[in-house]
Design a protein around this ligand. Structure first.
Ligand code: URA
Length: 472
């Protein structure tokens, strides 16, 4: 076993800055991860006090090497994982990145995958806290009301999540108690207290009124699937939640509300409202678990483009590069798409570009991740996001590229060759067009055939552009 030379004591379980400073110094001084013991102050005693600890000379400035933004983001999240090995794993990954800044893109690397999995699990836990935390009301000595909630996160996420609750309940006084830390907001400032126990939180019913304003504001009747709701909601949170009792009432009003929602969406919206609505959708989609694809994908790749775009172009699903970049059509198919758009005289910047399915589906093969087409269930699960995008955008014209996009657009399987080259009336009143997917063009082996197919694809885009002008 390697001799332990260094002991690092972090201020807290989620002390990212402390870890970062120490890890940079360790990497700069060539200290391998197996020669370091990571501890958190005040936790588990000083197990390694007998170990000689060599102080690390400080590393100034940026630590002597540039760290890609992507690593900082992933490390900041993964640091909150409950796995005690995370500090060492991130140290190892930082070392690798120093030698090869592209190391994070090596998706087949077990270390990269492990760190990504940790970050994903932390993000899901944060999302669960947003969704499942419930406040109870207590009277403060000055007669004011304070809302108190007990929550047991799976990871060290309480502090990381504080900003969300400050924004959401900015005008209330509240406290969130967890087994690790307590957070208190008085309407102006946030402060922290020691760990709590369940018994410290008030018992009894969660606050109906607060819940009503919060939950009713996020309750979306179009998403109403009770089975799925209960499945997604871990059992341990059920008892905290009054909406398990209120669901029937919500269901009763659901249809009326849905009709209302559609009416509201049908009204011409101000540009900034649509922009905000799209941004809120994209944010919500980050935590999407509607199908299993989120488990292995790096992130949700939502649509992008102006909120007042008249043309919506739909692809199949993000590919390997899109999954890493978090943006649609940036890889090889995206480059071909960009070229064809330019050749057709269409400006990508004025078009809303999205995918039928918002997570990358793949099978690992050695160091590569091979694309797999989404199945019917996955397409259907993602329909929710596609429909929401349409409700906000209300595009005049929609172009589906490939069979998956066409299936999402029509809600059923269609043959591209049969549907291509003409306008279709869509259920929501828009007009739909169909063409091939750019990756089909990349797969055509014969060069002459490929040129011909490319020209047809550009022709389809030109036709769409002309139609859009005609609809003006
Ligand atoms: N293929 C797609 O369908 N969408 C992308 O975003 C990239 C490749």
């Amino acid at each position: 076993m390697a001799e332990i030379l260094h002991r690092v004591t972090l201020a807290a379980q989620d002390d990212f800055e402390g870890w970062r400073e120490a890890a940079r110094a360790l990497v700069m001084h060539g200290v391998p991860p197996e020669s370091v013991v990571w501890q958190v102050a005040g936790e588990g005693g000083d197990l390694f006090s007998a170990v000689a600890a060599m102080p690390l000379p400080p590393v100034g400035g940026d630590g002597g090497f540039n760290v890609p933004r992507g690593f900082i983001d992933i490390a900041r999240t993964a640091i909150a994982h409950r796995d005690p090995e995370r500090f060492a794993l991130l140290h190892a990954l930082l070392g690798r990145i120093r030698d090869w800044p592209g190391a994070l893109a090596d998706r087949a690397d077990p270390l990269v995958r492990r760190v990504e999995t940790m970050a994903r699990q932390v993000r899901r836990d944060m999302h669960k806290m947003h969704a499942f935390l419930r406040f109870r009301e207590i009277a403060e000595p000055d007669g004011a009301v304070r809302f108190v909630a007990w929550f047991e996160p799976d990871h060290h996420i309480a502090r990381m999540n504080a900003g969300f609750f400050v924004r959401r309940f900015a005008t209330m006084r509240w406290s969130i108690l967890t087994p690790e830390v307590t957070l208190h907001w008085d309407g102006a400032s946030l402060c922290e207290g020691p760990a709590a126990q369940r018994a410290d939180a008030p018992a009894g019913d969660p606050v109906e009124q607060v819940w009503r304003t919060y939950y009713a504001s996020i309750f979306n009747p179009a998403r109403l699937k009770i089975g799925a709701m209960l499945k997604e909601m871990p059992k341990k949170y059920w008892k905290n939640m009054p909406e398990t009792a209120l669901v029937p009432e919500l269901i009763a009003g659901a249809q009326a509300r849905e009709a209302g929602m559609i009416r509201t969406a049908a009204k011409p919206q101000q540009g900034h409202d649509r922009k905000a609505a799209l941004a809120a959708l994209a944010e919500e989609a980050r935590g999407c678990t509607r199908c299993d694809l989120h488990r292995h994908a790096t992130q949700t790749v939502f649509g992008e483009g102006p909120a007042n775009a008249r043309l919506m172009i739909v692809g199949e699903q993000p590919g390997d590069q899109e999954d890493l970049a978090g943006r649609p059509f940036v890889g090889p198919a995206g480059q071909l798409f960009d070229r064809a758009m330019a050749d057709a005289g269409l400006d990508r910047g004025s078009v809303y570009v999205t995918n039928a399915v918002k997570h990358f589906k793949f099978v690992p093969r050695g160091k590569r991740r091979l694309h797999q087409s989404p199945n019917g269930g996955e397409i259907k699960a993602c329909r929710w996001w596609y429909e929401q995008e349409r409700l906000v955008l209300r595009p005049r014209l929609t172009l589906a590229m490939g069979a998956t996009a066409a299936r999402q657009m029509f809600g059923k399987i269609v043959t591209i060759s049969a549907a291509r080259g003409r306008a279709h009336r869509l259920e929501d009143g828009g007009e739909g067009w169909v063409t091939v997917h750019p990756s089909f063009l990349l797969r055509v082996q014969d060069e002459a055939d490929r040129r011909e197919e490319y020209a047809r694809f550009v022709e389809d885009l030109v036709q769409v552009k002309e139609r859009l002008t005609a609809l003006d």
